[in-house]
Design a protein. Sequence first.
Length: 172
Amino acid sequence: MEEQLLNLLMYTIPALVTGAIAYLFFREHMQNEEQRRKYAITKELSKESLPIRLQAYERIALFLERISPNKLLLRVAPISSDKQGYEDLLIKNIEQEFEHNLSQQIYLSNDCWTIVNASKSATIQLIRKAGMSDKIDSASKLREAILNEMLDKPAPSNAGLHYIKKEVGEIW
């Protein structure tokens, strides 16, 4: 009986070891194959999504350029001499540009979108701040005050443009 048990163990133990080794190799092979498939899918998606992401960055850069006070004031002329009406027109123009590019946020990082929002808000705040002065009583004086403000410091949209350039540089 002992001899039969010993013979059984002599056949069973090598079979179990071989089975365990085969299982481990098969499992490792399946994991590698899964990683290879995921990499191929990611690479293919990246090839298709990169142009779309770059286009989104381009559109947001264009938005930031268009809301830069220097360019905004050149593009949007006052309709009348009413200071409040011109202030509202400038802000409305910024909001329309923003709404037009709102969908681009899905292609940008959260930090980048936050900075774009901050640039927009800072530009609107700059316009409102200039309009609050009692010395300014006409649209042309409002334009002049905003342009004078821009002589002393960079446009709020410059921070957003700088961040976009940095982020696009990281994509490459």
